[in-house]
Design a protein. Structure first.
Length: 137
């Protein structure tokens, strides 16, 4: 018995969403207990950039908390479209920062994440394995 293409698309979308959710959630969650150290480290990393230190320091808090929240929402499939848009927005912020300090390797990796968000958003119609789907029923 063959599975329908729609089921395959839905399963592929769910696996990709869950994988991205785990990755992004853990990026943020492991930083939460050491949030101050992360923010200070980020400030030091951007010391030679045009960005003011206090803004970079505050951004460190926002990045870690944003990653944790977006990642958990993706993992659960809750508020999927807004979470994907927020994640893509976060990637745009990170890409901008990486380019300002000429960290082209990080910018390239972040572009890959941005592409992943874009593909998940473009294929969101295949969402069938999420809390959003359960809420819609």
């Amino acid at each position: 018995m063959h599975e329908s293409p729609q089921r395959d698309f839905s399963l592929a979308h769910a696996l990709a969403r869950i994988g991205l959710g785990v990755n992004i959630a853990l990026h943020g969650l492991v930083r939460l207990p050491k949030l101050d150290a992360f923010a200070f480290g980020l400030r030091d990393q951007f010391a030679q950039s045009i960005l003011p230190g206090p803004l970079v320091y505050a951004s460190g808090y926002g990045i870690a908390i944003g990653e944790a929240v977006i990642g958990v929402l993706l993992l659960l499939g809750l508020f999927l479209r807004p979470s994907l848009v927020a994640g893509a927005g976060l990637m745009l912020v990170l890409i901008t920062g990486s380019c300002l300090i000429e960290n082209w390797g990080a910018a390239g990796i972040q572009m890959t994440y941005l592409g992943f968000y874009a593909v998940l958003l473009a294929t969101a119609r295949h969402d069938a394995w999420s809390l959003d789907r359960v809420r819609r029923k």
